[in-house]
Design a protein around this ligand. Structure first.
Ligand code: PLP
Length: 490
């Protein structure tokens, strides 16, 4: 195909409506020119983005795989694979033998999202239009396996007995607790008795449930990592607990501040510390557990993105070392979607009854159909497939981010392990100071955050330290955002 759109038969038409302006098929050309190893994925991403941003409107008929492959000069198999993948995800629909169209479901989703109530800060689509928001902790919501989730929901609706639609066990459906117990043992080395696993609304509710229980037991304060997630402090505050910052070094929490803080409970992110990105050393993990035993205390292990490690197998959960001192929690927020509000906590025996009773009085249990659908995905292998898929995509985006930092801000170093959905970048002082860096980025529609926003430390070397989320941004958006920032800084 030529960029002018005069093609050898791939001219798109609309199904059942006026054909209107032709979609710009040339937007697929850069993907077709990607290195062979990445070409298939690049083609899928470009098509997905074109549908998401509306450049390919719902109802648009796509060219036949043969015609598009010829125009793009790629193998027909790549195009077929892209069509199949996007059909499975719900972006496209195909009628065997008669063609492939951009799905109406996409239009519906977009229209539904359009004018509604104001979304919470930063929850807008991040790589559309002129804005590039490098907000940390956000997965790519377009990777949500719509087809697999729909199939799981259909299957459970057909199979679930009527009784399963009554108030659920406040711990969660037995079928999901068993499935999660097996998965967490296999993937994260968690020691799980399904009777002590509580299904809840994400890590957030796990922290809240634990906070209320600790408060009732007489705790007044909880230790949080510094730097750390601002959400932890807010969640515990909602239960009446104060939080105490505990400074980290490159190995984890250091012993002295912990013993001096006078707390008997802490929340930590040892597999991939948020936000610094370090993995706690084995020594500090042991030290933390020794401390918990010595004060008859508890550790809340927030395993928010522990599944994603790009250079080696993830470090196993701390909980496996002492299931009676560690409350383990995780969720599907990074692997499926935060909007599902589905998570789990594995509770020490000494806390189980109180946590389960709190969960019962808080909401009488978690929605049963979603639980059953997740159980279906976990036991059927769909959840593992999704994790593998996210892992591939996020690794590629991390690589793209590192390459863009090197290109636009030479001398930048990235700290922390190769894992998760964000990195910490230390940009040389000549690009600073931090306030100017962030302001210039904002001026050109790029939203970046300084590490200082997440803790109390104020390093004096003049370098700009950034917490950069990349998982929700395409390589193109990542490069564009950093390129524009570099240009604005002059
Ligand atoms: C470190 C950390 N823990 C927990 C959460 C909340 O996770 P969930 O959606 O599972 O409640 C977040 C949210 O971004 C987070 O950044």
């Amino acid at each position: 195909m030529t960029p002018s759109g005069t093609t050898s038969g791939a001219a798109p038409q609309r199904a059942g409506r006026d054909s209107g302006a032709q979609p710009a098929w040339e937007l697929l050309l850069p993907a077709a020119a990607a290195p062979a190893r990445r070409r298939g994925r690049a083609l899928q991403e470009a098509l997905r983005e074109a549908v998401r941003t509306g450049r390919l409107a719902s109802g648009t008929r796509l060219p036949s795989s043969r015609a598009l492959a010829a125009d793009l000069r790629v193998s027909r198999g790549l195009v077929t694979e892209a069509y199949e993948q996007l059909t499975a995800e719900g972006y496209l629909r195909s009628d065997r033998g008669s063609g492939t169209w951009v799905s109406d479901a996409v239009r519906t989703a977009r229209a539904a999202a359009a004018p509604g109530p104001r979304a919470p800060e930063g929850s807008e689509p991040c790589d559309s239009g002129a804005t590039v928001d490098f907000r940390p902790g956000v997965p790519d919501l377009s990777l949500f396996p719509r087809a697999a989730w729909a199939a799981a929901q259909r299957a459970v609706l057909a199979e679930l007995p009527h009784q399963a639609l009554g108030y659920p066990d406040p711990r969660g459906l037995p079928v999901l607790r068993s499935a999660l117990a097996a998965m967490l043992t296999r993937r994260r080395g968690v020691v799980v008795d399904p009777d002590r696993l509580v299904v809840c609304s994400g890590v957030a509710q796990a922290a809240t449930l634990l906070g209320f229980v600790l408060r009732e037991r007489g705790h007044g304060r909880v230790g949080v990592e510094d730097p750390g997630s601002p959400e932890h402090a807010r969640l515990f505050a909602s239960t009446g607990l104060e939080t105490v910052w505990l400074p980290l070094d490159e190995e984890g929490l250091s012993p002295e501040p912990l013993t001096q803080a006078g707390v008997r409970a802490v929340v930590v992110t040892p597999a991939h510390q948020f936000p610094s990105g370090i993995a706690w050393s084995a020594e500090r993990r042991g030290m933390l557990l020794d401390w918990a035993r010595s004060v008859d205390g508890y550790v809340l292990e927030d395993d928010y993105d522990g599944d994603f490690r790009y250079d080696r197998a993830p470090v196993g959960a701390l909980q496996g070392l002492d299931p009676e001192r560690v409350v383990y929690t995780g969720s599907v927020s990074k692997s499926l979607a935060p909007g599902l509000r589905l998570g789990w906590m594995v509770v020490p025996e000494s806390l189980t009854d109180e946590v389960v009773e709190r969960k019962r009085t808080m909401d009488l249990g978690h929605p049963a159909l979603d639980q059953a659908a997740l159980a279906f995905m976990v036991t059927g292998g769909g959840y593992d497939r999704q994790l593998r898929r996210c892992q591939r995509v996020y690794r590629e985006r991390r690589d793209a981010l590192l390459a863009a930092l090197e290109k636009y801000f030479p001398g930048t170093s990235v700290t922390g392990i190769a894992a998760g959905l964000h990195v910490i970048a230390r940009v040389p002082a000549r690009y600073g100071p931090t306030e100017r860096f962030l302001a210039e980025a904002a001026r050109v529609g790029v939203s970046l955050r300084a590490l200082e926003e997440y803790g109390t430390a104020r390093p004096a070397d003049g370098a700009v330290r950034l917490v950069i989320g990349y998982a929700h941004l395409t390589p193109t958006a990542i490069a564009a955002g950093l390129g524009r920032t570099a240009e604005a800084l002059g």
